[in-house]
Design a protein around this ligand. Structure first.
Ligand code: KIV
Length: 276
């Protein structure tokens, strides 16, 4: 029997069992991910890029996140649904952070929220947690800061930036976060961070010593034909399969092969004769 994953079961899993997470942005995919027994679904603001075709995540709005989060929550029975707080929904003030986190729970039906940043966001994390909303942190490569960090680059490679990441992870734990995503962090640094805190780390491009892993599902299925990051493992090539089927359909329509007789509905000849 599958257990219902919660922020509490995530915390309890540390040191016992690895956690699996995938992104999803719609009901159907969420249902498949949930039925596969994945522990958590992230309604990531990556939806801006993989679903809406934006060049980065900065344009994504609260309305976008609520709309997709609601759909995902209807498809997820046992997986924990975590929804991303979009750019400028929490950076502006502690008040905005709590109000917008609340909207993702009340309107988006999420069970937890995720926000990006380390030491600079601990006041927001603390306030959201005080409002009884579980928070997942996200440090390392934080795509909402793309203009500040100058691109999608590995983070924490110098002694100073490595120390800042370790301190950030500790501060997020102290502020009440129940887990932390480590994105594009050198594997050996991720191990130190993971061993420094008592809440699970969820890695993406952060090596195998994290307490769990997350991938964007279009990346692992070969459905996003843009850039393929080094950390992505392709588990199948669904994008190519989809394209092949679309081409075959197009040909069959033009060659008048589809629809066949078996795809149509019958009516009595007597009625048809009257209609001519
Ligand atoms: O938005 C997203 O999909 C994410 C993951 C890459 C962790 O934040």
């Amino acid at each position: 029997m599958q257990i219902k994953n919660t922020a509490v079961t995530f915390k309890e899993s540390k040191g016992h069992e690895k956690l699996s997470m995938l992104t999803a942005y719609d009901f159907g995919t969420a249902k498949l991910v949930d039925e596969a027994g994945i522990n958590g679904i992230l309604v990531g603001d990556s939806l801006g890029m993989v679903m809406l075709g934006y060049k980065d995540t900065l344009e994504v709005t609260m309305e976008d996140m609520i709309h997709h989060s609601k759909a995902v929550s209807r498809g997820a029975k046992n997986a924990l649904v975590v929804t991303d707080m979009p750019f400028m929904s929490y950076q502006t003030s502690v008040y905005d952070a709590v109000v917008n986190a609340g909207r993702l729970i009340k309107e988006g039906k999420a069970q937890a929220v995720k926000l990006e940043g380390g030491l600079e966001v601990v006041d927001k994390v603390e306030a959201i947690v005080k409002a009884s909303i579980p928070v997942m942190g996200h440090i390392g490569l934080t795509p909402q800061s793309i203009n500040q960090i100058g691109g999608f680059k590995v983070q924490g490679k110098s002694e100073e930036s490595g120390r800042i990441l370790i301190e950030s992870a500790k501060a997020l734990e102290k502020a009440g976060a129940f887990a932390i995503v480590l994105e594009c962090v050198p594997s050996k640094l991720s191990k130190i961070i993971t061993e420094s805190i008592n809440i699970p780390t969820i890695g993406i491009g952060a090596g195998n010593d994290c307490d769990g892993q997350i991938l964007v599902y279009q990346d692992m299925l070969g459905m996003f034909s843009g850039f393929k990051p080094k950390f992505v493992k392709r588990y199948s090539d669904i994008g190519e399969e989809m394209k092949k089927s679309f081409i075959e359909y197009d040909k069959e329509v033009k060659d008048k092969v589809f629809p066949g007789e078996e795809h149509g509905f019958k009516i009595s000849d007597e009625i048809i004769e009257k209609l001519y």
